[in-house]
Write a protein that binds this ligand. Structure first.
Ligand code: PHE
Length: 478
């Protein structure tokens, strides 16, 4: 299989595809809003430190596993562990996780597509009505949008690594950047724009507590697409000539830069709409920011640039988020696709068909779990067991896979690479394409951190989340 394995055509193709995965919905709104609420510049510094000192080593380890094995995550764990039966489970989880997170991400991408279409056909005024979102997600039209997104993502994936994933990233990533910079340039001309920037960049270290630290790390982890088997899969499509250490740094820089620049668009827009905004009152949820709060702001821009101008700004914004979401969706579905192709020997077409069926059904069920189906909307009751806080299927997938299993997968990567595959093998793999790596400070840091405090931190987050979410027990006091 590996002789005929398709590869990215260049290092740039790989970096853009991996950055396309990393830059997602969370970068554009979630990150700037969390930063503003949690200490502005202080949050930015803490986030950057987490990216450099915790996330980058994990990213390099994931990429090294994928490239060394030249296989999907399940295959990589099997091959690199010498077919140990124990290590099949983390391999299995590293495929199940993207499958499930793909479902929850698909649901949100479908809504974004719907809002994009609605803004483009002149319905911004309806979108800006606060009651619109609740109605929109319960209309049958969401299923049409779902077909649209499903077809687009599958067409890209059907093209394979070079003609599909790489081409889409090479087109969408530069387009995303241009749209983003264009929006920032416009938004910065608005009245009171600078007031928002002040909250975003001026540090307030008094806001940084244990819970903010935990949130920042989880966000950085998710934002860099770690723990989902994605980087393992993408790195299995590069050759030994490529420099993983350098590529990982480029991906991390691109992802963080896009997140930072997005703040230069979101905060000024919020503060020009209402200069007295209290950052503490901004919603924590990206979903309510994107679908409820921001459309109001776009509509208000009609005073300056007319309804058509305001709609154009909304279209550009939703297009931007849509591009970011599509490249992330493609990356996440590629993981189970590669696994089916390699482990079950099916064709790419058949693998995609199987996934479209299975993920499609789950996506439909999740979409119905916001009220369309009473049963799906109140299916679970865990944690505090308060009957008033029943959880939907969507909540359940989010809580289990995003919040809980993601750090566990990261922990498994650290333990596997350090204690099963061993440091020497990691160094050997990372040195291919980066001859200076062996013996460098980076090597020492990566080996030390991955074998000591990074797994410790990830284990702590995992245990605390399980206690918190499922047993309503606050282990660490946050
Ligand atoms: N980094 C992505 C984001 O921030 C995470 C992700 C990747 C989510 C792929 C889903 C699919 O949105």
């Amino acid at each position: 299989m590996s002789a005929s394995r398709e590869h990215f055509s260049s290092k740039l193709g790989f970096i853009l595809a991996a950055a396309g995965s990393a830059v997602g919905i969370g970068n554009l709104v979630g990150f700037p809003v969390s930063a503003t609420k949690n200490g502005g510049g202080a949050f930015l510094v803490v986030y950057a430190l987490f990216v450099i000192f915790v996330c980058l080593p994990v990213m390099m380890a994931e990429m090294a596993m994928g490239r060394s094995a030249q296989k999907d995550p399940l295959g990589a764990y099997n091959k690199l562990s010498g077919n140990s039966s124990k290590w099949r489970y983390p391999g299995f989880l590293a495929v199940l996780t993207p499958f499930m997170i793909g479902v929850f991400y698909m649901v949100i991408t479908v809504w974004i597509f719907g809002y994009l279409v609605q803004a483009a056909i002149g319905n911004l005024d309806a979108l800006a009505d606060p009651s619109n979102f609740g109605q929109f997600i319960n209309q049958t039209s969401v299923f049409y949008y779902m077909v649209g997104v499903g077809v687009l993502v599958n067409l890209i994936l059907l093209g394979g690594v070079k003609q599909g994933i790489e081409k889409a990233a090479k087109l969408l990533m530069p387009a995303l950047f241009v749209l983003l910079v264009g929006l920032v340039a416009y938004v910065l001309t608005l009245d009171n724009a600078i007031a928002g920037l002040r909250y975003y960049v001026v540090p307030d270290f008094s806001k940084v507590n244990a819970s903010v630290l935990n949130g920042a790390l989880s966000q950085a982890f998710f934002s860099l697409s770690l723990g989902m088997g994605i980087l393992m899969t993408y790195a299995s499509y590069i050759s030994k000539k490529e420099n993983i250490v350098g590529s990982a740094k480029m991906v991390a820089v691109t992802d963080s830069l896009v997140a930072f620049i997005a703040g230069l668009m979101v905060l000024p827009a919020i503060f020009s709409f209402n200069p007295n905004t209290n950052p503490a009152e901004l919603s924590d949820s990206s979903v309510s920011m994107i679908f409820v709060y921001l459309p109001k702001i776009f509509l208000a821009m009609q005073q300056d640039i007319g309804y058509v101008g305001a709609s154009a700004i909304a279209v550009i914004f939703f297009l931007l988020v849509f591009f970011a979401a599509i490249t992330s969706l493609v990356s996440i579905i590629e993981v189970p696709t590669a696994t089916l192709i390699e482990e079950k020997g099916v064709s790419r077409f058949k693998a995609l068909l199987l996934l479209a069926g299975s993920m499609g059904i789950l996506t439909i069920l999740c979409t119905m779990s916001f009220g369309m189906s009473e049963w799906l909307s109140t299916m679970f009751n865990y944690g505090d067991h308060d009957p008033a806080t029943k959880k939907s299927l969507f909540d359940f997938i989010y809580d289990v896979f995003y919040d809980t299993i993601l750090p566990l997968n990261g922990l498994m990567v650290c333990l596997f690479v350090m204690y099963r595959w061993k440091k020497a093998k990691l160094t050997e793999e990372l040195s291919q394409g980066a001859p200076d790596y062996a013996g460098s400070f980076t090597e020492k840091y990566v080996n030390f951190s991955l074998s000591t405090f990074i797994p410790f931190i990830l284990a702590l987050i995992f245990i605390n989340t399980v206690a918190n979410k499922f047993f309503a027990y606050n282990l660490l006091g946050f």
